[in-house]
Design a binder for this molecule. Structure first.
Ligand SMILES: [Zn+2]
Length: 257
């Protein structure tokens, strides 16, 4: 059984391990909700400092670039809430007490109706940050909803009414989206220019650059078109699964158990 479409939340908080994970996992859904008046906020756990194949990369500059890209991506989705960075070292994220506390604090401050995050139970996943982010987010939700966890926050406890896990191992919920939300998701992903080569496999030449014969520019446009088609196809495939044109898939968890 697949459920389709939660009521549009008043506030949503999406939590990702790295500066582009939220856009990949839930960008179209967040664009849809933002367009319907939902206040969408982001928390990013790590600083993204491993996101380069260049051994000589200036990592401080990379971190600053990736934070700016994440803010631009949030704007591309129409998000009007917070974009917060917990600045854990990329690749070394741990679901420790301090990290859970920081996220639980944001949940109590922002009081989202829906919380979104990585599925920590996804099998055969290599990246340690995605596992740690998933467990930290689910654990922080439990802490935020119960008054005796992290009482030092001095904030009222808050329970989101739903948790949606993206890149889910066993999805059971779809958010149907329109072509305009697909476009917003692609636009948000394309703000992450620092990740073109390592994540999206798009060359960094600009149109018109290259040897002068136009070959490289043509290749770049081809690569961008290929990336856009991949994103669109994955949303169409999820849509077919849910019986709609385009969708994103999630695991829905009630938050009162
Ligand atoms: Zn990631």
């Amino acid at each position: 059984m697949v459920s389709v479409d939660l009521p549009v939340p008043g506030r949503a908080l999406a939590v990702g391990a790295h500066p582009d994970d939220i856009e990949f996992g839930a960008g179209a859904t967040l664009a849809k909700w933002a367009a319907a008046g939902c206040e969408v906020s982001f928390v990013v756990y790590t600083d993204g400092s491993k996101g380069s194949w260049d051994p000589a990369a200036d990592l401080a500059a990379l971190v600053a670039t990736r934070q700016a890209e994440a803010c631009d991506a949030a704007r591309a989705l129409g998000a009007t809430g917070e974009v917060a960075f917990l600045e854990r070292v990329d690749g070394e994220l741990e679901n420790d007490r301090e990290t859970r506390s920081e996220l639980a604090r944001w949940i109590r401050v922002l009081r989202p109706d829906v919380l979104l995050g990585h599925d920590p139970w996804k099998r055969y996943r290599l990246h340690p940050d995605h596992r740690a982010a998933g467990f930290s987010t689910t654990d922080a939700l439990v802490a935020a909803r119960d008054p005796h966890f992290f009482a030092e926050h001095g904030l009222a406890h808050h329970r989101p009414s739903a948790l949606l896990l993206f890149e889910a191992d066993e999805p059971d919920h779809a958010e149907a989206v329109e072509p305009t939300h697909v476009e917003s998701k692609i636009a948000a992903l394309e703000t992450h220019r620092s990740q073109y080569e390592s994540t999206m496999f798009i060359s960094l030449l600009n149109p018109g650059e290259g040897t002068g014969d136009g070959t490289e520019a043509a290749d770049l446009l081809g690569e961008r078109e290929r990336f856009r088609a991949e994103v669109t196809d994955s949303l169409a495939e999820a849509g077919q699964w849910a019986g709609v044109r385009f969708a994103e898939r999630f695991r829905f968890l009630p938050t009162d158990r």
